[in-house]
Design a protein. Structure first.
Length: 355
């Protein structure tokens, strides 16, 4: 995710809202939101008093001072009004976990804003805090929030009691999938799973080098070339795995093309299991891979990719901070009658604008 240029204090921007760093003068809006019984319909015992709201806002301000991260004011981009509170915060000072939170004014519920915010925050957390796991706790009776968490990519892994619930009720505990680098010596062990996933993506119409109907043998030949680069240190294999360890997606960073491209890495074969479509996993995988490039390829400054037009991929990448830098009309021929534009995009690793 990228910061909104018109909002110096902006943190995460979505289509309809900006999440910005909190301020002390947010107290009235904070109290008004968090003492509205309608927003605590599923957990009335958890609603704080006005005095408790003051303490919580002070804690939020302190989180930002120490971690440059925390719960933030949700500002409507159309009206500039504060309409909620949302963000990611280290759980109990444990940097290995980030708790996802959002609460919206009652009159803004039901419009999909919680989904929009949660999806953006999970993607931000996976990219910018790759060492941490994004988590959430949801009351099991709050089916709307459970659906929101699932649409953001989180998976329920158990139940836990919330320290904010005086009754000690059990809450659904969810975790986001993880994006990790596969060591060269372990890449071969994933071959069968990768080939099966790649074939499913092909057959679903994904733009990963083949057309529907490509055989596993065809995919294996292409995979062999990538794995040779991984073993030679010219490429990184990155995988997306759910909390149970199931492979959900993958991609490669090609990062050693020699002079004068030493500072460039190319994104290749980004794919997510078609069975998990609609769960934000593409954004999570892409964000996680950018975080890996920032951490594991410190000499890389610029990221590049090419994609096949006609699948809506440009909007997907643009929302993740990429910029179109070139287009060849009808540069790709998929069949005698099916021509597509060949499109190039780029972004800086540090998220600053391209010039």
């Amino acid at each position: 995710m990228t910061a909104a240029p018109a909002e110096p204090a902006a943190w995460v921007t979505t289509e309809r809202v900006v999440l910005r760093r909190p301020r002390a003068d947010d107290l009235d809006a904070y109290v008004r939101l968090h003492t509205d019984p309608r927003t605590y319909a599923h957990a009335p015992a958890s609603m704080p008093t006005a005095e408790r709201c003051r303490d919580r806002l002070a804690a939020d301000l302190a989180d930002w001072d120490t971690s440059q991260l925390g719960y933030a004011a949700v500002v409507d981009r159309a009206t500039s009004a504060v309409i909620g509170w949302a963000g990611l915060r280290h759980k109990d000072s444990d940097s290995c976990f980030l708790n996802l939170y959002y609460r919206l004014a009652h009159d803004r519920l039901g419009a999909g804003l919680g989904r929009e915010i949660s999806r953006a925050l999970v993607a931000w957390g996976v990219e910018h805090r790759p060492e941490a796991v994004v988590t959430a706790m949801v009351d099991p009776v709050n089916t709307a929030s459970l659906r929101t968490a699932a649409s953001a990519g989180l998976v329920q892994v158990g139940t836990r009691s919330s320290k904010d619930d005086v009754d000690g009720a059990q809450m659904a505990y969810l975790e986001a999938p993880r994006v990790r680098v596969v060591p060269p010596e372990a890449a071969e062990g994933l071959r069968d799973a990768v080939v099966r996933l790649w074939v499913r993506v092909n057959d679903a119409g994904g733009s990963v080098g083949f057309l529907p109907g490509a055989t596993a043998d065809d995919v294996s030949v292409a995979l062999d070339r990538h794995l040779a680069d991984v073993r030679a240190g010219r490429s990184l294999l990155c995988v997306l795995v759910d909390p149970g360890g199931r492979l959900r997606g993958l991609g490669f960073w090609e990062h050693s093309r020699g002079f004068p491209y030493d500072h460039v890495a190319g994104l290749k074969r980004l794919m997510v299991d078609p069975k998990a479509q609609g769960r934000n996993l593409g954004r999570v995988l892409l964000g996680g891979m950018v975080g890996i490039a920032r951490r594991d390829l410190p000499w890389v400054e610029l990221l590049r990719l090419d994609y096949r037009d006609g699948l809506g991929l440009g909007d997907f990448y643009e929302k993740a901070g990429w910029t179109e830098v070139g287009r060849v009309p009808r540069g790709l021929r998929l069949s005698p009658t099916d021509y597509r534009d060949d499109v190039a995009m780029a972004r800086r690793v540090d998220s600053s604008p391209l010039h």
